[in-house]
Design a protein around this ligand. Structure first.
Ligand SMILES: *[C@@H]1O[C@H](CO)[C@@H](O)[C@H](O)[C@H]1NC(C)=O
Ligand SMILES: *[C@@H]1O[C@H](CO)[C@@H](O)[C@H](O)[C@H]1NC(C)=O
Ligand SMILES: *[C@@H]1O[C@H](CO)[C@@H](O)[C@H](O)[C@H]1NC(C)=O
Ligand SMILES: *[C@@H]1O[C@H](CO)[C@@H](O)[C@H](O)[C@H]1NC(C)=O
Ligand SMILES: *[C@@H]1O[C@H](CO)[C@@H](O)[C@H](O)[C@H]1NC(C)=O
Length: 617
């Protein structure tokens, strides 16, 4: 074995940073070693959603895009020194979900200039690049040219804004040879069969793409050592990647395939066969995925393939402690000029956007799905018992029910300053609230049950009955916990590899990812304590101006009619459910509530009015 599986215990190491100044110091923790290959190594990011400044309230993920640039530089140098290769892959959803992207006008004003300084070898679009016509247009105008040698769009077309003609967003595939090992790579870039895009792009279903002559010709290319399939597609349980895999295997039964996936925000690694593996590398710049392969054939004369190439993976926690360790650097040698410049550019963008402006200080952590619901430390409980009632008491003059979907919340609130940045993390959605007046009490009070899938009729049945758009069901559902299914079902620290038991540090390790995937449970670079995640309801409701318990106790004093208020985001579902309850309303009968204020501004105002900060906090 060229790498030790013994965790390194380096405690109390103080690290200076080129990460953002307000980022907390990473805390040292036991680490596993990078499974570096003498042949080809990959770094993979996905679903970064604008978090290029790193996590400023979570030490474990506090590395920024500049740090990633420095890190990649050191690994690339190691590869050059040894004659191996390093390739970088990004699989989309780079935008939406963080103030660094969302707070500027136009959105992404600073992001693209920051991103382009990383040398990425294969880059693909995600669905978030396509929801709004302006976003995909900027992808076409700026990002594709910034990465002109590496952007791939196998199944995505765009209407060219100047010619009005439909054309591929970027080349359908690329063939290249790696610098040092001369590995001959054929790369694709897919997006899952997404339907929610604006009308200036066209996503071709993958089942059609794999039948295209260009694709069929490409997979028959001679002398390919590795197929590289990158895409905004989950590596597991995805019809799209199964189709691509089968299509390639149909004509190249033996050529190794490396798949890079995304979209579901998890860490995952899947074995398709003994020469085909797929990695998915989390979300929000928390994770730098690492994949290495040994034993490929190459373009060099006389270098044949091993019978069975060796694929290995690791999920690196994105903080300076991990990055310096894996690159063999320290605080003085880590930051490169370019990396430091990019960190500086991020710092200055954050300053321009006033992302550190503080509205108040959270007295404790509030969890989205790391606490049960209801509970004192549940973010949803905070919303339905405090934020919503306090906000709507002043603006609704009649008994009302206010319904919010938990999917409208994206992230936890951490104890400490609640800043402009926090508002974008917690609730990045810009839709407002809608209202239906005079809904019969019975229907209004049964609505929540229906939306929470607790009645005799389920949401899917409702959609089937009335033709609701299936792809929007996801909008209603609570956010996925950022763990893979296996981790959910085994909420225990379980650290073992096939050949040896790794002793846990005496010191309790930090809570974090404890991934179990097709290669076992030794994939996370940092040895973590498992985090418990809970199921939370689709929707929560607050009663305003009446109390359900009083109504019950006093028997019959319930109001005849109520006003119903809800997130605009879930309007289709609300109307569908009301229709099932015998109340047919058209969109035209709904009206804007709360003077068009969004959830983001509701939370902002509430925090400002309720959470003070200690003078020197
Ligand atoms: C799209 O961008 C144009 C200019 O680039 C701007 O005028 C317009 O308001 C934007 N539209 C949206 C919906 O953001
Ligand atoms: C997209 O929709 C807009 C507004 O609804 C319309 O003006 C435009 O022609 C449509 N574009 C295409 C390519 O269909
Ligand atoms: C960092 O590494 C360099 C080169 O190996 C060494 O000269 C220097 O003393 C180290 N600095 C610290 C703070 O450990
Ligand atoms: C970093 O920024 C400085 C100051 O603006 C500039 O002189 C230098 O060329 C930049 N270095 C790199 C590698 O971009
Ligand atoms: C809003 O109404 C609820 C229930 O009627 C009450 O408990 C709460 O104190 C009120 N809040 C405000 C800010 O008036």
């Amino acid at each position: 074995m060229s790498f030790a599986r013994i965790p390194l215990l380096l405690f109390f190491l103080r690290l200076a940073s080129s990460e953002q100044p307000s980022a907390p110091q990473p805390i040292s923790a036991p680490l596993r070693e990078l499974p570096w290959s003498k042949q080809v190594n990959f770094l993979h990011t996905t679903d970064t959603h604008g978090w290029h400044a790193g996590h400023l309230q979570e030490a474990q993920y506090s590395g920024d895009w500049g740090d990633y640039i420095s890190f990649a530089h050191h690994l690339r140098k190691r590869a050059d020194d040894e004659g191996s290769d390093l390739l970088l892959v990004d699989t989309g959803d780079r935008v939406e979900g963080n103030g660094l992207y969302d707070a500027s006008s136009p959105k992404g004003k600073y992001t693209f200039d920051i991103l382009k300084h990383q040398h990425i070898d294969v880059i693909t679009p995600g669905n978030h690049e396509l929801y709004i016509a302006n976003t995909s247009r900027r992808e076409f105008d700026e990002v594709v040219p910034d990465f002109k040698d590496s952007y791939i769009a196998s199944n995505l077309d765009v209407y060219n804004p100047s010619s009005g003609k439909l054309q591929p967003l970027a080349p359908r595939y690329r063939r290249f040879t790696t610098k040092n090992q001369q590995i001959r790579v054929l790369a694709f870039g897919f997006l899952f069969n997404f339907h929610g895009n604006a009308n200036n792009t066209v996503v071709q279903p993958v089942q059609e793409t794999v039948k295209e002559p260009w694709f069929q010709d490409a997979i028959r290319t001679k002398d390919i050592d590795l197929f590289l399939v990158a895409g905004h597609v989950p590596v597991r349980d995805s019809e799209e990647y199964d189709l691509v895999y089968k299509a390639i295997r149909g004509v190249a039964w033996d050529t190794p395939i490396a798949l890079f996936g995304g979209h579901t925000h998890i860490r995952d690694y899947r074995k398709y066969d003994k020469k085909a593996f797929g990695i998915e590398s989390g979300r929000y710049m928390e994770t730098l995925g690492f994949l290495s392969i040994d034993g490929l054939s190459t373009g060099k004369r006389g270098v044949g393939a091993m019978a069975s190439p060796e694929f290995r993976r690791m999920y690196i926690d994105n903080n300076l402690y991990s990055l310096q360790h894996h690159s063999g650097t320290n605080k003085t040698t880590f930051g490169t000029d370019l990396g430091k410049n990019v960190s500086q550019a991020i710092r200055s963008a954050r300053k321009q956007l006033k992302l550190d402006h503080t509205f108040g200080c959270a007295p404790r952590d509030y969890w989205l799905n790391r606490a049960p619901y209801p509970a004192e430390d549940s973010l949803l409980t905070l919303l339905d018992t405090q934020v919503i009632p306090d906000t709507f008491n002043h603006s609704l003059d009649r008994p009302s029910i206010v319904i919010t979907n938990s999917g409208a919340m994206r992230f936890d609130i951490f104890k400490g300053p609640f800043t402009t940045d926090s508002t974008f993390l917690v609730s990045p959605f810009t839709s407002g609230f809608r209202m239906i007046k005079d809904v019969p009490y019975g229907a209004a009070t049964q609505l929540l049950q229906l939306l929470n899938n607790q009645g005799q009729i389920l949401l899917e049945d409702l959609a089937a009955m009335y033709g609701g758009e299936e792809h929007r069901l996801k909008d209603l559902l609570p956010p996925l916990a950022p763990v893979n299914a296996q981790t959910l079902s085994r909420n225990q620290v379980h650290i073992a590899s096939s050949d040896q038991q790794i002793p846990l540090a005496d010191k309790p390790s930090l809570p974090g990812y404890t991934t179990v995937d097709d290669a076992g449970s030794d994939g996370d670079d940092t040895i973590h304590q498992a985090i418990q995640f809970y199921d939370v309801p689709n929707c929560i409701a607050s009663n305003i101006g009446f109390s359900a318990t009083t109504v019950l106790e006093t028997q019959g004093e319930e109001p005849d009619k109520l006003d119903l208020v809800y997130n605009e985001f879930i309007q289709d579902w609300v109307l569908l459910a009301l229709r099932y309850l015998g109340q047919k309303y058209e969109k035209g009968q709904t009206k804007s509530a709360l003077r068009g204020q969004t959830m983001t501004s509701v939370i902002e105002e509430w925090v400002g009015g309720h959470w003070g900060c200690d003078a020197k906090d």
